[in-house]
Write a new protein. Structure first.
Length: 174
């Protein structure tokens, strides 16, 4: 069986992201926010290959085949940025590859990468309350559920609750 890995995004990956995530079927109900401008993705790829000091993204690969992407970005909700910044992570897996454990593996690889290369002490993730698959995934990875953020996300014509999870550097074991 092919090995799962992460690598820098390419122009071909942007084409795949555009093709796979520009519909409710492709993105999935919990990730469909409407159509979006992919020219910004191409600009960002040219700018820094999605590896920045405040955020980034990597392709998820099964062997040589791209099956999705992982993202991370700086959150400073908990105080001043110089003392309270943490990463928030997100994931998108192409529809044919969901439900096979690839999301858990990819997020584990991302967390290993972030804790190895950046000094942040906390990584958090939010997901829709009704997204039981991602909630189970985060719990399997050792994230702790911290609470519900009420009506925090506008999607599909309504406000949706989000569940927030976190893992701390000294709790993480890959």
């Amino acid at each position: 069986m092919a090995e799962l890995s992460l690598r820098k995004l390419t122009a071909e990956d942007i084409d795949l992201l555009e093709e796979q995530f520009q519909s409710v079927q492709g993105a999935g109900e919990a990730q469909w926010f409407g159509f979006w401008d992919t020219t910004k993705l191409r600009t960002r790829l040219d700018q820094d290959q999605f590896i920045g000091s405040n955020d980034g993204a990597l392709a998820i690969c099964l062997g040589e085949r791209t099956i999705g992407k992982v993202d991370w970005f700086t959150i400073t909700n908990w105080g001043r940025a110089n003392t309270s910044a943490c990463w928030e992570i997100a994931i998108g897996i192409f529809e044919p590859f969901r439900g096979q454990g690839f999301g858990t593996q990819a997020q584990r690889l991302l967390i290993d990468y972030l804790f190895a290369h950046y000094p942040q002490h906390r990584i958090q993730a939010t997901t829709a309350l009704e997204n039981t698959a991602e909630r189970r995934c985060l719990e399997k990875l050792g994230f702790h559920q911290e609470g519900i953020i009420r009506q925090a996300q506008w999607r599909a014509g309504a406000w949706h609750d989000q569940v927030i999870f976190s893992v701390l550097r000294d709790q993480w074991s890959s």
